[in-house]
Design a protein around this ligand. Structure first.
Ligand SMILES: Nc1ncnc2c1ncn2[C@@H]1O[C@H](COP(=O)(O)OS(=O)(=O)O)[C@@H](OP(=O)(O)O)[C@H]1O
Length: 302
């Protein structure tokens, strides 16, 4: 069966329109999209299983290329979370991969990341941005924990090699720091923030302390409300500490809701000497970051 551009466009719109926002994440359903498609095109004879496969194809293509139909691409690539995860994984597997090669493998143009601030300004020059940062070593361990969890679930049918420790990925055998290890590199915040400050004024960006957001969310959310010029509505009555999860969860008149399991994973124990070494390494980078934001976040340097 050949689908028209109109039908494929309908599929993409229906798929995303029927998404639901649950526990801080968007969930999409092929089944809901299929039902809507069948209701909209009742006269077409179609096998439901082949329609499901087609919906998946169209969505994958759309995510990969930004197009609903096969054929010549517009040259623009939609960089979805999946694409970012794919890039990360490729880098994890082979840290020597050049940007050019990575770009060829993934279809993401090398310059795409560099253009994001300009593209956002082109969309809305007075946009307000939130930058949530955690102490860089904790962030790196969080990132490592997430990558390890993703690798374990990626292909459950295949035997996975035992995971490497955070220590062995962060340090070379001679004890020097592996600066190319992505979870560490991404924690050097000034490397990224300066691009945004070339495009947006400092007043347009609110830096939120992610560690305080975890410990005591209400004051941080209230800061965000003020920054966004929203009517103050959030208070302590909106949160309760969930002992099982070990994090604050949301509460309103009708329900309680925690962030999903992938948020707030237990981190592995990391050798305190390695943590100290990494904190010393981040010291000068943190100072550069503080200078850019005009605020000292007081992250430990040992
Ligand atoms: N209330 C509440 N519940 C659960 N988790 C919370 C909460 N507030 C902040 N956090 C922290 O959010 C971290 C995950 O957010 P990320 O932005 O790193 O997630 S992701 O990379 O987009 O998946 C996640 O990091 P990890 O603890 O390393 O899992 C949490 O510490």
């Amino acid at each position: 069966m050949v689908y028209s551009v109109e039908q494929n466009t309908f599929i993409v719109m229906s798929y995303y329109r029927n998404g639901t926002f649950v526990d801080g994440a968007w969930l999409y359903s092929v089944a809901a999209c299929k039902q809507e498609y069948l209701a909209n095109y009742p006269d077409l004879e179609i096998q439901e299983t082949s329609l499901e496969a087609h919906i998946r194809d169209v969505i994958n293509r759309f995510v990969r290329t930004g197009n609903v139909n096969k054929g010549k691409s517009s040259g623009r690539t939609a960089v979805s979370e999946e694409v970012v995860d794919d890039l990360r994984e490729r880098l994890e597997q082979n840290r020597q991969t050049s940007l050019t090669r990575l770009s060829q493998q993934s279809g993401v143009p090398v310059t795409t990341c560099h253009k994001v601030p300009e593209r956002i300004r082109a969309m809305n020059a007075s946009v307000k941005l939130l930058l949530i940062v955690r102490e860089p070593v904790t962030r790196a361990i969080s990132d490592y924990t997430q990558l390890r969890a993703n690798a374990a679930t990626a292909s459950p049918a295949l035997p996975t090699p035992p995971p490497k420790s955070f220590e062995s990925l962060s340090l070379f055998p001679n004890g020097s720091i592996n600066e190319a290890y992505r979870p560490l590199a991404i924690s050097i915040y000034h490397n990224y923030l300066h691009r945004w400050l070339e495009v947006f004024s400092r007043e347009q960006i609110l830096v939120v302390n992610g560690d305080l957001l975890i410990e005591d969310p209400v004051p941080q959310i209230q800061k965000i409300e003020r920054f966004l010029g929203l009517e103050p509505r959030i208070g302590t009555h909106n949160f309760y500490f969930n002992e099982t999860k070990g994090f604050y969860c949301l509460r309103n008149e009708t329900s309680d809701r925690c962030l999903r399991e992938t948020k707030g994973r237990k981190h592995p124990r990391v050798d305190p000497n390695v943590v100290s070494k990494l904190r010393r390494y981040f010291g000068e980078h943190n100072q550069k970051f503080y200078e850019l934001i005009g605020e000292d976040l007081g992250w430990p340097e040992e």
